[in-house]
Design a protein around this ligand. Structure first.
Ligand SMILES: Nc1ncnc2c1ncn2[C@@H]1O[C@H](COP(=O)(O)OP(=O)(O)OP(=O)(O)O)[C@@H](O)[C@H]1O
Ligand SMILES: Nc1ccn([C@@H]2O[C@H](COP(=O)(O)O)[C@@H](O)[C@H]2O)c(=O)n1
Length: 219
């Protein structure tokens, strides 16, 4: 028996459904959920709003060190511009280092006294929580992800084409997988969940089943 509560790590490429599954798991099991992408988006957005270049390590690291939880609720973080800036600042090792303790602390001490934690991102199973009780690598075909994200953005009133969303997703995936610092990669012990042919309910049901197995194995 381990001292900390259960930790579920969810990684995968852009718009693959990590957050949808993470939120559903947290609701189902009463766990706390952290969308770690929002942290990188908040840093990228803050750098842009200050008129600085997201690729500038000094500006990005300063924004990462100054980050406060209140910045994570800004609706502007959901746009493609914030996602693109996030992916640029996320390749800077000093930015990742500045954000690591917050994520690990969330996993070890979930807020609100929650009995467990679900974190989703790109390096949760490999770097942030390598000893997670369950690791999921959620993916789907890039075209499917672009269609889903385009629908989401259109409903929000964002006037962006599906082709532009697909190009952004491809660029972000390449940058996230190709960087030296904590690249996006499926952990060797992560379960693959390809949702290309699955609706949300089926994907969530499969994630719940895998989590129940992991909780049973934990004892
Ligand atoms: N299996 C699915 N079937 C249909 N739509 C889905 C499915 N999974 C997720 N979606 C939709 O796809 C979009 C992207 O999902 P979500 O935001 O969960 O992805 P994400 O991986 O967390 O994205 P990000 O890269 O921004 O972190 C959302 O609009 C969500 O409702
Ligand atoms: N653990 C993480 C989470 C995110 N990133 C970077 O942030 C970008 C935005 O993330 P979304 O999950 O909101 O799409 C993403 O493209 C990554 O560059 C990360 O590096 N590590």
């Amino acid at each position: 028996m381990t001292a900390r509560g259960p930790v579920i790590a969810i990684d995968g490429p852009a718009a693959s459904g990590k957050g949808t599954i993470g939120r559903a798991l947290a609701r189902h099991f009463g766990f706390a959920h952290l969308d770690t992408g929002a942290i990188y988006r908040a840093v990228g957005h803050a750098v842009r709003m200050a008129g600085d270049d997201p690729a500038d390590p000094a500006a990005a690291e300063a924004a990462a060190r100054a980050l406060t939880p209140g910045q994570l609720d800004d609706p502007a973080l959901r746009g493609e511009a914030a996602g693109a800036a996030a992916s640029v600042v996320a390749a800077i090792p000093g930015v990742r280092a500045a954000l690591l303790d917050f994520q690990r602390d969330f996993a070890a001490h979930p807020p609100g006294g929650a009995p467990g934690a679900v974190l989703d991102g790109r390096d949760i199973g490999t770097v942030v929580c390598p000893d997670a009780d369950l690791k999921l690598f959620v993916t789907a075909a890039a075209e499917t992800r672009a269609r889903r994200r385009h629908l989401e953005l259109s409903r929000r009133g964002d006037r962006v084409t599906e082709a532009d969303v697909l190009a952004d997703i491809r660029a972000r995936d390449a940058r996230d997988a190709g960087r030296t610092a904590a690249p996006m990669v499926r952990a060797g012990d992560a379960r693959l969940l390809d949702t290309t042919e699955m609706d949300i309910d089926s994907a969530v049901a499969e994630a719940i089943r895998l989590t129940e197995d992991a909780l049973r194995a934990r004892g």
